[in-house]
Design a protein around this ligand. Structure first.
Ligand code: KG4
Ligand code: ZN
Length: 349
């Protein structure tokens, strides 16, 4: 078969994404986000997300087909996120994908969202040499993965033992009185919001780096912990307020961000070296973070590791990541899913 033409549907959280790829070539990537509807709640409300998916799914599929200039009949297969994610959100994408597969007779692949965050890199940087290491950092997940085969063999070598990195950003933003989602806001404020003079000093406050002490490295070398960091920021802010001092927002944001990015990048590079991997790829919403991208690039270069950074729009949830993973499965001749497969909100990688 020539390169397979795949439509991918993503609906695990608050983004309704539909992507179309031909092999590793991106033809369309349409995303409708309900993030605005969650802002006043300070986090994703599952029922609100499900309803938004229901409203957005058909128009988003139509837009993607139009952008790619593709008819449903031309597709080789349909791929959809099977999990992990919010149950009520997943089932909307899965129902739509099943309906399309039934109506067109095309094979259907229920795929892993986390593997999709890894596979999306193929669209920008082509085949991934093995073994590679992937640092997956989102609102729900923070893991280090060994990638032996993007479609069939991804092994988790470490993960957060409490909050995900994105969750830490969101919680710290909330305690600083900033809006949701906190990641992009903290990223911007730490950078001075466009004014380099107003950028925060990342060394202003030395916040803790979770699970980096010698004793932690024995059992948790590739694991992460961010809840102590969040508590440290809360405590620091409380003490300032108690003493009637103002809060230097940019410095707090930059210092918090430095603690997160320092640990993420140090452990990711350590994982590459310990596994003999020459390629490190990053994915998930936090992989869009400006400081993380710079720090990883510096540290990877020092160690001769190739860093694969998908553009920010491909790091956050989207349908193209599901489509490209589906294309990999079709190319390997893997069997499609049964039409009655169920969503799995806790699907492991
Ligand atoms: O992968 P994603 O779109 O959704 C899932 O959680 O699966 O990631 C969303 C998370 C949120 O916690 C958000 O605050 C964070 O990614 N995020 C960022 C940035 N952009 C999004 N965190 C830090 N810096 C950013 N620029
Ligand atoms: Zn995600």
């Amino acid at each position: 078969m020539s390169e397979p033409l795949i439509l991918g549907i993503e609906s695990s959280c608050d983004e309704t994404g539909v992507g179309i790829v031909r092999g590793n070539q991106l033809l369309a990537n349409e995303v409708a986000s309900s993030v605005e509807e969650h802002v006043r709640f300070g986090g994703v409300v599952p029922e609100v997300a499900s309803r938004a998916h229901l409203e957005a799914i058909v128009p988003t599929i139509e837009r993607a087909l139009k952008t790619a200039d593709v008819d449903l009949g031309q597709l080789d297969a349909i791929a959809v996120t099977a999990g992990p994610g919010l149950m009520g959100a997943l089932v909307v994408g899965i129902a739509a994908a099943k309906a399309l597969a039934l109506a067109t007779g095309k094979p259907l692949y229920g795929v892993n969202h986390l593997a999709g965050h890894v596979a999306v890199d193929l669209l920008e940087h082509g085949p991934l040499p093995q073994p590679a290491v992937a640092l997956l950092v989102s609102g729900g997940h923070t893991s280090l993965l060994r990638v032996d085969d993007v479609a069939t063999k991804i092994i988790e070598i470490g993960a957060t033992i409490d909050d995900a990195a994105g969750e830490a950003y969101d919680k710290v933003a909330r305690l600083l009185g900033l809006s949701y989602p906190g990641g992009p806001v903290i990223d911007r404020i730490a950078n001075g919001d466009g004014d380099p003079q107003a950028a925060g000093d990342p060394t202003a406050i030395r916040f803790p780096r979770g699970l980096t002490a010698q004793k932690d490295l024995v059992k948790h070398r590739f694991d992460f912990s961010f809840s102590g960091l969040k508590t440290a920021v809360a405590r620091w802010v409380e003490l300032r307020q108690r003493d009637g001092l103002d809060i230097p927002l940019a410095d707090v944001a930059a210092s918090f961000q430095e603690a997160v990015c320092d640990v993420l990048s140090a452990k990711a590079i350590d994982a590459c070296q310990s596994l003999g991997a020459e390629d490190l790829l990053i994915g998930g919403g936090v992989a869009a973070n400006g400081r993380l991208r710079v720090l990883l690039a510096e540290r990877a270069e020092e160690r001769g590791i190739r860093l694969r950074r998908p553009r920010p729009g491909l790091c956050t949830d989207n349908g193209a990541m599901i489509a490209v993973l589906g294309a990999q499965m079709v190319s390997r001749g893997l069997p499609p899913s049964a039409l009655d497969f169920a969503a799995d909100s806790t699907l492991p990688v």
